[in-house]
Design a protein around this ligand. Structure first.
Ligand SMILES: Cc1ncc(C[n+]2csc(CCOP(=O)(O)OP(=O)(O)O)c2C)c(N)n1
Ligand SMILES: [Mg+2]
Length: 570
């Protein structure tokens, strides 16, 4: 291949174009104005947000919804520090994201110049890869390395670019992704370990399968279904990954974890073998729910993760399977061919169906309580009935949006984008904007509380200008409910800094150009959602709920206050 004569900016844009990047999220800044000028010719649509935190969340949402890296950028200094929370989110979510951080000129690096901070140090614990371009002709190479890392190590990768390197010319060869990286998929586990795991599976009478992000990443749902059918094993989704298995499958048991499905947890509790697929079995995701300690400590655990550091890290294992979830399930299918005779299939399936039926009735009973305005769980129930099966849902952290866990199931992967392990409020709406750009043909909903909404509502302007038709479902209870719940449990119902004095959010959204309604009766929720779907424009449905609170996120991390000094006694 012949090299072509190219400038620094062109090298950057070409590297992105050849990766197939057609979207970038950020706010204009002089620090990258030169390449920005040629984004259109490079086929890159620059999506202009109102806060760089949104840009990073959008890149995470885009990455999670598409499997391809999202790309974000910010002005050196403040634009880059504004990216941090979204990047942290992508890091803990294992999302491939490219973070471009323009920096001060190479002549002034390290002189505490205007808008200079140590951007490499700043992100050192939040990236799977970092490179500072150290000469213009290495621009493209650094970008390619970032993609290689983001795709194969699953996380954010940073390219720090001194802003004088957009200029100057050099020769560069055109390289396509298949020439410098793989698609990031890894192989299966060693045969010896597979044999061991197969033997354990064969010995089981009540095996239960848990599925996590690895199943989504590997698109392994159908293979998992095949294995589940062989053993009539219920499949539960681990916390935060309700789309790791399919709601329309008879062996789907529901999600475990915070306010999840009691059917799934009761079935898991009596498992003699647990096959955990594509998950790290994070402790937070298996703490007791509804007063039920449900994780079976006596069961034999077969643990699969793509990351060897996660295997056996939280629960003792009987077998560990390092490898791609899809590959490993394929290996297990082969190794157990003709198996499954140890299980009483008929009674087992009846039991699973009965547990699911019982839980649906219990959930309905928990939801149908009279309140004025709407009881929060009633709102969740109505929303779950009104949104179409094809929808993707992005949920925030919060007492109400968190309790959405048990109300929604999905028939394909990448339809449930939870708040993620960082656990920040205000993630859902910006993440959903990125999700919608990755899945333009699906209706995309974002659930969040009024506290979360206060952090992100300015992005309705982004949705309107960029025509990103996300439907925001705002559960407005006039409080930081999840934290208020802790004050109820641990602080003698003294409520401090958890009250919110809200404006008319629907009116504000209309002023920003969105379709918005305020809903105060449960019966209005379904029609309001239908109307927003029909209009297909950026929409905000402000559901006013009562102040009733569901369970706290955790009871294990707070204690009764100790006040020894007179001054601090209540
Ligand atoms: C960025 C961030 N700040 C603060 C917190 C602590 N926090 C957790 S839940 C919560 C309250 C959420 O209130 P809201 O969004 O209104 O939802 P609700 O609990 O009322 O349903 C807060 C402040 C957090 N998780 N993330
Ligand atoms: Mg609230």
């Amino acid at each position: 291949v012949k090299a072509r004569r190219i400038s620094g900016s062109e090298s950057l844009v070409e590297a992105l174009r050849l990766e197939g990047v057609d979207l970038m999220f950020g706010i204009v800044g002089s620090a990258f104005m030169d390449p920005l000028d040629i984004f259109p010719q490079g086929g890159i649509r620059f999506v202009q947000v109102r806060h760089e935190q949104t840009a990073a969340f959008m890149a995470d949402g885009y990455g999670r919804a598409s499997g391809k890296p999202g790309v974000c950028i910010g002005q050196n200094g403040p634009g880059v520090t504004n990216l941090v929370t979204g990047v942290a989110s992508a890091y803990v979510n294992h999302t491939p994201v490219i973070v471009l951080t323009p920096t001060v000129t190479s002549q002034t690096l390290g002189t505490r110049s205007f808008q200079e901070i140590e951007q490499i140090d700043l992100f050192s614990k939040l990236m799977v890869y970092q490179a500072r371009v150290n000469r213009p002709d290495r621009m493209g190479e650094c970008v390619r390395s970032a993609f290689r890392a983001a795709v194969s190590l699953r996380g954010p990768a940073q390219v720090d670019i001194p802003r004088d390197y957009y200029y100057g010319e050099f020769d560069e060869v055109e390289l396509r992704p298949e020439q410098y990286r793989t698609d990031g998929r890894f192989g299966g586990a060693p045969e010896k370990e597979i044999e061991k795991a197969a033997g354990i599976l064969e010995s089981a009478r009540n095996p239960v399968i848990l599925a996590g992000l690895g199943a989504v990443d590997a698109n392994a749902g159908d293979l998992i279904a095949e294995l589940a059918e062989r053993y009539s094993a219920p499949v539960a989704c681990v916390f935060g990954h309700n789309d790791a298995f399919f709601g329309n499958h008879p062996l789907y048991a529901g999600p475990i974890g915070y306010q999840g499905s009691l059917a799934a947890m009761r079935l898991l509790k009596e498992a003699d073998v647990v096959l955990a697929l594509g998950t790290r079995l994070n402790k937070f995701g298996i703490v007791p729910q509804y007063d039920l300690p449900y994780f079976p400590t006596e069961a034999k655990l077969i643990h699969n993760s793509i990351n060897p550091l996660e295997i056996g890290a939280t629960c003792p294992i009987a077998a560990g399977l390092v490898g791609d979830c899809g590959e490993v399930v394929g290996q297990l299918l082969k190794a157990t061919e003709g198996g499954g005779s140890n299980v009483d299939h008929g009674p087992r399936r009846e039991r699973i169906a009965a547990e699911k039926k019982k839980w649906t009735e219990e959930l309905k009973e928990m939801s149908f309580k009279d309140a004025d305005p709407i009881y929060p769980r009633r709102a969740l129930w109505e929303v779950s009935r009104a949104i179409p099966d094809s929808a993707t849902v992005v949920a925030d952290v919060g007492n109400i949006s968190g309790s959405a866990n048990a109300y929604f199931s999905f028939d394909s992967h990448r339809q449930w984008i939870a708040a993620g392990s960082l656990g920040g409020i205000g993630v859902a709406y910006p993440t959903a904007l990125g999700v919608k750009l990755a899945q333009p043909d699906r209706p995309v909903f974002a659930f969040m509380g009024d506290g979360a909404w206060g952090m992100t509502l300015q992005e309705v302007m982004t949705a309107v200008t960029e025509k990103i038709n996300v439907i925001a479902i705002l559960f407005d209870n006039g409080q930081y409910g999840a934290e208020k719940r802790n004050q109820y449990d641990f602080f003698g119902q003294r409520y401090f800094w958890t009250e919110l004095d809200n404006p008319d959010f629907a009116q504000i959204a209309r002023d920003m150009g969105a379709h918005a309604v305020r809903v105060e009766k449960a019966e209005q929720i379904g029609p309001a959602i239908q109307e927003a779907l029909d209009k297909n424009v950026p929409s905000v449905i402000n559901i006013v709920t009562s102040r009733d609170l569901s369970e706290p996120y955790r009871r294990d991390a707070l204690l009764e206050p100790q006040r020894l000094l007179e001054r601090y006694k209540v």
